[in-house]
Design a protein around this ligand. Structure first.
Ligand code: FES
Length: 338
């Protein structure tokens, strides 16, 4: 039985939609340590309230119309969805700070609750703030019973946050051989796709798309065992043409080392329903449209789907030959779901 104060708190949290969370995140960001600034925005892109509300309202329709694939329930990843944060190592303390906050009904703005709980962890506030916001957003979606389950032991590399930031900025170390004999366009760059695993990286040749480079990893086929969406390397792919949205990624660092986003990719992000921040080098990209010219650290979302179809459901069983390309829902070419 959920105590009344906790119940009121979760009701209060559930009044916050993606717009409200976007405002809170924007206000918190200047006070979040650089090591987790991109991670915070990426997490909220990967776990939107809209997806949670769709699944709550009609999961069967969400699955069918929005072509959801992968692990899209946050409740299955309560203690792991934020592994890519430096602050993930403080999760047990953050969880306790949030649970303490639930002992009294909400009394101020959610942003104030987040800031107070971050201070209560005893961790440097700039390192605790981002992961604390994630904790409240997780609680909103998964409920108290799932949120308060004990987290598994967390093994984090004992690295200072400043070191992690400096390491991300470090240019690719090229050998003398590379520098003398290779032109710039033949240089290769390291693309990391899981900062918690030093082996989780592949090489991309300058000018290659991220998905193409990932598909050429020596063990590219092995990723399918962990995630059936990964047919060629660690980034899930399908069309390789920017149409389906399967290959979306978050960027932790090195977004400036990718090509500037094109109007086509912006249009596809909107049509699929993934966020776009309006910049030339956003931190949510389509991997098959991201062309590499330097080191990048990225995060692979646990799911993909066409959220925009929730608001504009496809016309099932009806041919789309009379519709303009802009009117045909993503994944429903010629009247057939892919
Ligand atoms: S694989 Fe389909 S959009 Fe990139």
């Amino acid at each position: 039985m959920i105590p009344d104060a906790a119940h009121q708190f979760i009701e209060f949290l559930r009044r916050h939609d993606d717009q409200a969370w976007g405002d809170i995140v924007a206000s918190l960001l200047p006070d979040v340590h650089e090591v987790d600034r991109h991670a915070l925005r990426v997490w909220f892109a990967f776990h939107p309230v809209k997806l949670f509300r769709m699944l709550t309202e009609d999961e069967a329709r969400a699955q069918r119309d929005c072509l959801l694939r992968g692990r899209y329930h946050l409740r299955d990843q309560v203690h792991t969805s934020h592994r890519f944060f430096y602050g993930h190592r403080y999760w047990p303390k953050v969880q306790q700070a949030v649970l303490t906050d639930l002992k009294t009904p909400p009394r101020t703005s959610l942003e104030s609750h987040i800031r107070q709980a971050a201070r209560r962890t005893g961790v440097a506030p700039d390192l605790a703030l981002g992961i604390t916001a994630v904790a409240y957003a997780t609680l909103q979606q998964v409920g108290l019973e799932a949120f308060k389950t004990p987290p598994p032991p967390i093994a984090a590399q004992p690295l200072e946050p400043a070191y992690v930031v400096a390491e991300r900025r470090r240019p690719e170390p090229h050998s003398l051989w590379d520098r003398l004999l290779r032109s710039e366009i033949n240089q290769t760059y390291t693309i990391r796709f899981d900062e918690t695993d030093p082996a989780a990286a592949f090489k991309a040749i300058c000018g290659q798309t991220l998905t193409m480079a990932a598909g050429q990893m020596p063990n590219a086929a092995a990723f399918r065992e962990k995630d059936p969406r990964c047919v060629a390397g660690p980034i899930p792919v399908e069309c390789q043409t920017g149409s389906c949205g399967t290959c979306w990624i978050g960027i932790l660092s090195g977004e400036e080392n990718l090509n500037a986003i094109t109007p086509f990719e912006v249009t596809r992000l909107a049509k699929i329903g993934y966020p776009y921040d309006g910049t030339s080098h956003p931190i949510i990209r389509l991997g098959c449209k991201s062309i590499c010219a330097g080191r990048v650290s990225l995060v692979i979302p646990p799911w993909n789907g066409v959220l925009a179809n929730w608001d504009k459901p496809p016309f099932r069983g009806q041919a789309h030959k009379d519709l303009s390309p802009e009117q045909v829902p993503v994944g429903y070419d010629n009247g057939h779901a892919r």
